[in-house]
Write a protein that binds this ligand. Structure first.
Ligand SMILES: [Zn+2]
Length: 79
């Protein structure tokens, strides 16, 4: 059994790689935007969620705050 441990570790690593790769391909849920003020310009802010990976994303101002178009997270104060 001990001789199989490196192979089991490699198999586990390959499984993790395949699962995370498949998760990245999974389509993102549409952002739950409650209401966007039509007169407010979109804002580009850094989004620090795992999905947006610290990239600068478009944000829509809503009464709840600035909602990321990439992942739906609320970043920033209430509008
Ligand atoms: Zn985001």
């Amino acid at each position: 059994m001990n001789a199989m441990l490196p192979y089991l570790g490699a198999l586990l690593l390959a499984a993790v790689v395949v699962i995370t790769w498949a998760a990245r391909l999974w389509p993102a849920r549409p952002a739950p935007v409650a209401s966007v003020r039509p007169d407010a310009p979109e804002m580009w802010l850094a989004c620090h969620t795992t999905r947006c990976a610290h990239m600068t994303m478009r944000h829509d101002p809503t009464p709840a705050g600035l909602v990321c178009r990439g992942c739906g997270a609320v970043n920033g104060g209430a509008a």
